[in-house]
Every structure is written in C-alpha cells, then in structure tokens.
Design a binder for this molecule. Structure first.
Ligand SMILES: [Zn+2]
Length: 306
C-alpha cells in the first residue's frame, strides 16, 4: 500500500514485524504516521486473499483462527454474543428490515427474527449461505454486499460484524451498505481493536520475556508459528470514525466490548482459565467506562444532505 486508505498519507512506520505468515511469506503490520491506521504489509495479492478463504474457513479457521472449533460448535457463545448485539441495535432505535453482512451460518439472523426484525443475510461462502438459510429460515444472498444487487434504500438496519477488517476496499463496502440503507436507517459496524489496545502491547512484551505457554487466542502464537493475515486492516475508533465520515455517515454511538475467551467462561476448567478470569473481569469493567477492549462498534446514520 502506497497511500493510507484513511488519510491518504504516505509515511508509515513498522508496527509489528513478521506478525502473520502465509505460504512461506511473512507479513508485518505498518502504521500510518498521519492518522494511526494499521494495516498488513506487504499487501497480499487477490489470489492469496481468496486462497485463505477457500476450503471451509468458517469451520476450520472460525474467528480468524482465534477460537477452538467451527462456527456451529461455538453456537451457544455466538447466540449470547448476538443477543447483546441485537439489544444494542434496538437501544439505538433499530427495527424492521435488518441486513447482516457476512452472516456466516445465520445465527444472528435467528436472534434478530426472535426480536421482531425482518432479517436477511449476505454471505460470500456458498456453503455457509445455504446453512444460514436452513438454520434461520431467512433470505440469504450469496456474494458480497457490493455484488448481490440489494434493493436501494430497503433496509432499516445494516450490521457488519467483524467483516470490514477483512476487505481490501472498505470504502467500496461502506458505499454499498449506504446504498442499501433507508434514509433514516442505522449502520452498526463492529471490528476488532485488540492489536491496537494497550494491554495487547503489554501482553506481547510480557510474552517475549516470559517462558510461559503461548496463547493463540490472544494472537500470541508459539515461536515459529504464525496466524494467516486474515485481518488486513486494524481500526481504532478514530480511524473508523474518519472512514465513516468520508462515506457520508454521522456517528450516533459507540460501544466497546471484550470478548471473553472460552477458558474464563463460567467456572474455569483449567489453571489458565483461573489465572485469566480476574484479569478479564477487570478488562470487562474497563470497557464499560470507555476503555478499548477486544472489539468496538460504531453506530452511524446517513449524513443528511444540506
Ligand atoms: Zn493515515
């Protein structure tokens, strides 16, 4: 990338070298000195990106490789997460026709329908799209939000959960979402913010010197092992707000969340779980008072023409 996707700047610094690996090629993260936007460097080719999602991404590498098991094996956890997502959309006045961009197996569609929405999904993977149709009974368009020919202005809510960080052209994707939204529609964009968080930097520094077991769920992997560069882009609230502003959206709300790893849920079954649980409870409380957690959501409406 020669120009920052967010501010157009041309000066970058190394943020994290050799962070990911794909087909013997190492990928680092670069940060724009102008706006702080972080992205994968070098930029994978279109073929390499497509290759990462060929096969059964949602079953083998669900959560970008950060969770154990596939999409439906995480059903209970996901349903709990989507209940919260739908609640937050309702609290900001969302109702009616809802589009879930990147709906995977359709669990959010099921939750949204129980809450009285008329949900539809968009899913790029044909197998997952079919599963989503069967599981949720809702219409699911196979393809991308740009390609499937959605009715203009038809949706009251567009939700994009952990999608925007995977795409090469977030501007294009947001323009397609804007076109699909009604004039007073609500956009909710959730992205991970983990890499940019203060505790991640601390954790990484700690694990560099401490001879303890690596934690793939924190993107801290054993020496010599690497995750694939699924996340091409790493947003902060500031850079996502800039992007949404550029695509004529006005921010109406923000929510920080810390996804709890499996090992700290309920009564922990492992020593790691017991050690991490108090830390996660504290992090969870910090997100309630505005600290950045593992992910955040910006809520936006179309900027009214003057
Ligand atoms: Zn920039």
């Amino acid at each position: 990338m020669t120009h920052c996707l967010i501010c157009g700047g041309t000066r970058f610094r190394r943020y994290a070298p050799d962070f990911y690996k794909l087909e013997d090629q190492h990928y680092g993260l670069s940060e724009c000195t102008g706006c702080g936007f972080v992205f994968v460097q070098p930029w994978p080719t279109a073929e390499q990106i497509a290759g990462m999602y060929s096969g059964n991404y949602h079953q083998e590498c669900f959560d970008s490789g950060l969770s154990d098991g596939g999409y439906f094996e995480n059903e209970r956890k996901l349903l709990r997460r989507y209940e919260e997502v739908v609640h937050r959309i309702e609290r900001r006045g969302g109702s009616g026709r809802l589009l879930d961009v990147g709906c995977a197996g359709g669990l959010l569609l099921s939750v949204a329908r129980e809450h009285g929405f008329r949900p539809e999904g968009v899913e790029i993977c044909p197998e997952m799209a079919q599963q989503a149709r069967e599981h949720s009974g809702c219409p699911v368009h196979t393809g991308t939000v740009e390609s499937v020919g959605l009715d203009e202005g038809a949706y009251d809510v567009v939700f994009m959960g952990h999608v925007l960080e995977h795409v090469t052209d977030p501007h294009r994707m947001l323009r397609a979402a804007r076109r699909a939204l009604s004039d007073d529609g609500l956009l909710a964009v959730e992205v991970p913010s983990f890499i940019n968080s203060f505790y991640y930097r601390g954790l990484r520094a700690f694990y560099r010197i401490a001879p303890v077991k690596p934690l793939p769920m924190f993107k801290i992997v054993p020496a010599g092992k690497h995750l694939k560069p699924y996340h091409l882009l790493e947003f902060t609230p500031k850079t996502l707000r800039m992007l949404l502003g550029q695509e004529a959206f006005t921010i109406v709300g923000k929510h920080h969340a810390i996804p709890m790893p499996d090992c700290v849920l309920g009564v922990p079954k492992t020593l790691t779980g017991w050690l991490l649980k108090p830390a996660f409870m504290i992090l969870h409380l910090l997100t309630k008072v505005g600290f950045r957690g593992g992910s955040f959501t910006l809520f936006a409406r179309k900027t009214k023409d003057k």
